[in-house]
Structures are given as C-alpha cells and as structure tokens.
Design a binder for this molecule. Structure first.
Ligand SMILES: [Zn+2]
Ligand SMILES: [Zn+2]
Length: 237
C-alpha cells in the first residue's frame, strides 16, 4: 500500500516515460524527455539577428526581414527550430496536456536566456496571453505554465493577470504576414499601473512572424514598460 503510494508520488514528481517516444526514462534523462529525443531537438546557436533572434551569417547583423520590419520588443530569443522533435514536443505539451514537459521546456528556456543575455535583470516574467476561446477549450495557457515555472526557478515575479487578450475571430495561422499584423492590432490590453519603468520577460511557446509578441510589447511599452525581452521555446527560421 505504502509502496504503491510512494511509486505514485515519485511518478508524479518524475514521469517514468519519455513524453514523446514512450521510452523509459533514467535518472540521467531528467524530467519529461529521454536523451535520444533531446538530441533530436535542433538548437538555435549564434550568430543571431540582433532584432529578432533568427540565425544569421554574421555577428551583430540583422536578418533580411528585419531590415524592413520594426518590432516593438527589444530583443527575442528562441531555444530551437520549430520542426521535427520540437514540433512534436510542443504539440504534446499544448494539445495533449503533457504538463510534465513544462519542467523540461522551462529549463531549456532558462539555459537559452542565460547563454544569450548577461548582466540583465527582470522585474516581471509574463506569458503572451491566450485567446479566451482557446483557453476555454484547452483549460490552461501553456505559456503561463512556463512563465510560472521560470518564476519558481529564478525568483522573478510572475504576472499572469496584467496583460490580457480580447477574443479573436480570425486564427493567425490562416493569415499572411500583413494579415497577422493587422489581426493582432488592438487584441491586447494591459493594466496601465503595473509595468511602468519595468524590464519584462515575455514568454511564449513559438515565435512565427513575431507580430503577436511585437503587439504585446507595443501595449506594454505604451503603458510605460522600459524594456521587453521575448523568450520562446521555438521559432521558424
Ligand atoms: Zn524519447
Ligand atoms: Zn531578424
């Protein structure tokens, strides 16, 4: 009886199977994902575009889209390329509620942030808010869980309530780049007292065109935020 309870407790703390391939995990694997699956993730490495974090050929340069585009965030970093194993992993996390993966993803985000940004501190970590319609069906905001986990690991206060999102009727993935920029305009609201003069870490699962994160940064800056860093698990390259 006691043994069963202990086993149950330990499997809650430490899931015994890899969340994407089902292989048994060893202690060396850490939470959520086996070593083989971890190695399949295509990590993004410098040199990176100074504006959006996309891999580029020369250090300090900007990627081609950023020569004509201006984002409202100050910098953006992504851990990995959104393909293959990373795609599978985020799908498992978001759509099948594999919440145990949040520990793995949060650790990866923090590792990425530490390697990209030194001598920088944050007043708050916050998630990109989810569409209220999606929230109703999914029951949780995957990015909010990551923000909370980062807060728990670092002590940076998590604020999941001061940046919010109105309901959107047009899914972003059906639109082209210009359509996406228009679609996110006016989609977010912010509590104007909260972020004045603050340095913020904005967390999301994926950066695609960057328009959603940029629009969040725009309203945050409008409400007085001093600096916005975007951190995502993955991005298209
Ligand atoms: Zn695996
Ligand atoms: Zn760029």
């Amino acid at each position: 009886m006691l043994q069963t309870a202990l086993l149950k407790a330990s499997s809650l703390l430490f899931p015994m199977e890899c969340e994407t391939c089902g292989a048994l995990l060893s202690a060396a694997d850490g939470p959520g994902l086996c070593g083989a699956c971890r190695r399949e993730i295509r990590r993004i490495a410098p040199p990176l575009c100074a504006a959006c974090g996309r891999p580029v050929r020369t250090r300090g340069g900007k990627c081609a889209p950023c020569l004509t585009e201006r984002f409202h965030f100050d910098r953006a970093f992504a851990c990995a390329v959104y393909d293959g194993k990373m795609k599978e992993l985020l799908h498992a996390y978001k759509f099948h509620k594999k919440r145990a993966l949040k520990k793995f993803l949060a650790a990866m985000l923090l590792e990425c942030l530490a390697s990209r940004l030194r001598d920088h501190s944050f007043h708050f970590v916050l998630p990109v808010p989810m569409d209220p319609g999606k929230w109703a069906t999914r029951g949780f905001n995957p990015s909010a869980l990551l923000s909370e986990e980062i807060s728990r690991k670092t002590g940076i206060p998590h604020d999941g309530a001061s940046l919010g999102r109105f309901r959107s009727d047009s899914p972003q993935f059906k639109l082209d780049k210009n359509g996406r920029a228009q679609n996110v305009k006016g989609l977010f609201w912010v509590n104007h007292q909260t972020f004045a003069g603050k340095r913020l870490l904005l967390v999301d699962d994926i950066l695609t065109t960057g328009q959603t994160a940029s629009e969040c940064a725009r309203v945050l800056k409008e409400s007085g935020a001093a600096d916005v860093t975007v951190l995502t698990c993955a991005r298209g390259v």
